[in-house]
Design a protein around this ligand. Structure first.
Ligand code: CXF
Ligand code: ZN
Length: 374
């Protein structure tokens, strides 16, 4: 079949929205009609080349849609089901999955490679095979993907909101709740309050943090963070240091979450300085692949028993977490509507990324099927 998709043909170029050829689903695959896809910063890493992606590629790893047809061996969904995309297509049987670490599923190694799990391609254009970003490619009117890349959800939550839990909400919320292990009464600093950090703020608050410090250079984002539960704000890590010392009477924060748009090695030392004894630092933001050196006060790490850890998908299990986050939303305990600042049509994707680069948007969403007036 023919469909339309946003394709990145080379590093540094813009997204090309064009008609492509899509093969029918294989036995364990599904054809999904995309309704909404979030513009996450990770796809911008493909454009800048900070993270090497297989090109040409259909972008997008955050989204939701409706199953249109399924392959002969599919058991988890049927046509008509509403689904949210899962960017780590958890197999359920590898050592990581069976020990409760679905986000680290061995299939995850395939998400940056290019072809579908069986080694062949479903999408083609200009006589070439197209990779599907993170085995998904949500910047498209249709996706043909493995059934383990979709999670069925109930139909009551609008798909443009359900799309957000596919990456940004699960990643940010889990970075505080699971990776950061935030507990009642703690002080948490979230460095970078964009589409992911804002959810780290709401995760910290829902875990019971009493102080949540939002750090961002952009004034309106710090202001907006208060809606999600931030109690204090600072424009940079240096001013956060003085503020955190003051509000904790010198004990410093229990947890700092690094959710800047891009991670830089130089951000780690200041983040570690923000936490006190047994303090935890969570690195969620993605750095350029070539970055490998950091400058840290190791003596203080030892004497104060600090830890630094990474977090992928917020260290949660996507098949559990996606419906769980929607349950929280239904109960009024998670904000989704407030995350969307801009809606775009598929062919406005470059405008959407330009708004992100200029710091104008929190979460921009492509409304692929529907009205962008919200
Ligand atoms: C990323 C992490 C690397 C794979 C794609 C998604 N997280 C957030 O955008
Ligand atoms: Zn993302």
């Amino acid at each position: 079949m023919q469909t339309r998709a946003a394709v990145l043909w080379s590093v540094g170029s813009s997204w090309s929205v064009e008609t492509i050829e899509m093969d029918p689903p294989g036995p364990q695959e599904v054809l999904v009609r995309m309704v909404a896809a979030g513009l996450c910063h990770t796809d911008e890493h493909a454009v800048t080349g900070d993270v090497e992606y297989p090109l040409p590629m259909i972008g997008g790893h955050e989204g939701a849609g409706i199953v249109e047809s399924v392959g002969s061996a599919v058991t988890s969904v049927v046509p008509g089901d509403h689904v949210v995309m899962n960017f780590v297509p958890s197999c359920g049987v590898c050592p990581s999955c069976v020990s409760g670490l679905q986000n680290l599923c061995d299939r995850g190694a395939k998400i940056a490679e290019g072809p579908a799990l069986d080694g062949t391609y479903r999408a083609h254009a200009r006589g070439q095979d197209l990779a599907a970003g993170n085995l998904l490619g949500t910047f498209a009117e249709h996706c043909v993907i493995h059934e383990s890349s979709v999670v069925k959800v109930e139909r009551d939550v609008p798909l443009e909101l359900a799309a957000l839990v596919s990456c940004g909400v699960a990643t940010g919320w889990g970075s505080s709740v699971y990776a950061g292990g935030v507990r009642a009464g703690e002080t948490v600093v979230v460095i970078g309050v964009g589409g992911i950090g804002m959810n780290a703020v709401q995760g910290a608050r829902s875990a019971g943090a009493v102080n949540v410090v939002a750090v961002d250079q952009i004034d309106w984002k710090r202001e907006r963070a208060k809606v999600f539960g931030a109690t204090h704000e600072a424009p940079d890590a240096a001013s956060a240091l003085a503020l955190v010392a003051e509000i904790t009477h010198g004990r410093m924060a229990d947890c700092a979450v690094l959710t800047t748009s891009t991670a830089e090695s130089s951000y780690l030392g200041p983040a570690v300085n923000l936490v006190g004894k047994r303090g935890r630092v969570v690195v969620t933001a993605i750095a350029a692949s070539k970055q490998s050196t950091v400058d840290l006060n190791l003596a203080e790490m030892a004497f104060w028993e600090k830890t630094v850890r990474g977090a992928l998908y917020g260290s949660g299990n996507p098949r559990f977490e996606i419906p769980n986050l929607l349950r929280l939303y239904r109960g009024g305990d998670l904000k989704l509507d407030e995350l969307i600042t801009h809606r775009y049509r598929l062919d406005q994707i470059n405008e959407g990324y330009e708004d992100m680069r200029r710091g104008k948007s929190l979460r921009g969403v492509l409304i692929i099927d529907g009205d962008i007036s919200g």
